[in-house]
Design a protein around this ligand. Structure first.
Ligand SMILES: Cc1cc2nc3c(=O)[nH]c(=O)nc-3n(C[C@H](O)[C@H](O)[C@H](O)COP(=O)(O)OP(=O)(O)OC[C@H]3O[C@@H](n4cnc5c(N)ncnc54)[C@H](O)[C@@H]3O)c2cc1C
Length: 359
């Protein structure tokens, strides 16, 4: 375990320190336990993976800076990739040699992902495609070597059709990555500009013009279980209880209901844990969560805000501007935005789970 705790993985130095840790995990084959042995994993079942995650977070181990690759792209590679793609890409991803950023959002297409205008044009002579356009808000894009994302390949097709899922090397000619700082000072965010960058045919994931369904599988992983396993929130809730115990909650706090909010937050984290156990039971029985991953996303993101808000209240004037709780609080506020905003998740729940008419 890295001690003291590593600096934020969204800063350049912090990212490098996290990569050392993740490479050490890989050496010991703890980096991708649920993957097959031949890709550096341990063939762990979904249950075993969940237990591993519980122990990982309970021990206070760092969040994974390679998460966009190992938790988002990899499940889509297992589902839609060719054997050649899996054999070539997964081992380097697991080893932290190739680092993946996700490229959905564009300046004029965030919630309305099907409105993207970045495009790919076929280059028959070279045997592949040329990418054009701009992606934005790419998490840790400034430090990554590769990007997966959607590009329009048939401008005449209906919005959701005519999109293709590409795996692009950010070090290619025709790619410019410009990092920019977040409000909290972390510098990993990036704009990525494509101006004729070449992608060979073998780096199309799934079928040409059918990228939307592959992208939806990737976002399902982001909203659901894979990116945000319950242990992360249970651990935060346990830390909150410790924080409450370490201070002296006087009668004014009791009147303000602060003590109740600590208990309530702990209960909600535990409820999310139990909800995901039920979900895993369903997945193991062959039921894909589908639109239900929007429920996960709504729940974990709003829970995370409440957990941190309660901690900030407990700390009061002692909450240091750069302490782990206040940094966690700032980042929790982004939870209802990334992975598809919570307004969009509520639309999905309304239309696809409850069968209400389209807004
Ligand atoms: C920390 C963080 C990390 C991110 N990382 C990445 C990344 O790695 N890769 C990437 O591609 N993107 C990333 N994003 C971008 C994120 O996916 C977008 O910010 C998000 O999808 C919203 O898009 P937008 O910012 O363009 O807002 P807009 O789509 O312009 O939305 C603005 C507001 O309008 C609301 N709204 C829009 N449409 C509707 C509707 N139909 N019904 C109701 N309300 C609506 C939204 O909920 C929101 O409140 C990240 C964002 C954050 C905050």
């Amino acid at each position: 375990m890295p001690r003291p705790a590593l600096p934020s993985g969204d800063t350049r130095d912090g990212f490098a320190a996290h990569l050392d840790w993740e490479r050490a995990l890989f050496e010991a084959r703890w980096s991708v336990v649920s993957w097959p042995n031949r890709y550096g994993g341990r063939d762990a079942s979904l249950w075993e993976w969940l237990i591993f995650e519980e122990e990982y977070y309970r021990a206070g181990a760092p969040q994974r800076v390679t998460q966009n690759g190992i938790f988002l792209l990899a499940p889509s590679l297992f589902e839609f990739g060719t054997r050649e793609q899996r054999d070539r890409i997964l081992p380097r991803m697991a080893a932290g040699q190739e680092l993946w950023a996700q490229g959905w959002s564009e300046p004029a297409a965030g919630s309305d992902l099907a409105g993207i205008t970045s495009r790919a044009e076929r280059d028959e002579a070279a045997g592949g495609w040329r990418l054009y356009g701009q992606k934005t808000w790419t998490t840790r894009g400034a430090f990554c070597t590769h990007l997966f994302g959607l590009f329009r390949t048939d401008p005449a097709a209906e919005r959701h059709r005519g999109l293709t899922y590409f795996l692009a090397d950010l070090r290619s000619p025709g790619v410019e990555v410009r990092g920019f700082e977040r409000l909290d000072g972390d510098e990993g965010f990036a704009d990525v500009y494509f101006d004729g960058a070449f992608v060979p045919e073998r780096d199309v994931l799934g079928e040409v013009n059918r990228g939307w369904s592959v992208a939806m599988a990737t976002t399902g992983s982001e909203r659901g279980l894979t990116l945000r396993s319950p242990s992360r929130f249970v651990t935060t809730a346990n830390r909150l209880v410790e924080l409450a115990r370490s201070g002296s909650l006087d009668s004014a706090d009791l009147d303000s209901g602060l003590r109740d909010r600590v208990v309530q937050s702990w209960i909600e984290a535990r409820a999310y844990h139990l909800f995901t156990l039920e979900q895993v039971t369903g997945i193991v029985a062959g039921n894909s969560p589908g639109a239900r991953s929007s429920l996960n996303k709504l729940y974990w993101s709003e829970l995370d805000v409440r957990l941190h808000e309660t901690a900030m209240e407990l700390l009061g004037a002692d909450a240091e501007a750069d302490g782990p709780w206040s940094r966690g609080f700032e980042f929790s506020l982004a939870g209802p935005i990334y992975a598809g905003t919570n307004e969009i998740q509520r639309n999905i729940v309304a239309e696809r789970l409850l069968g209400l008419p389209r807004a």
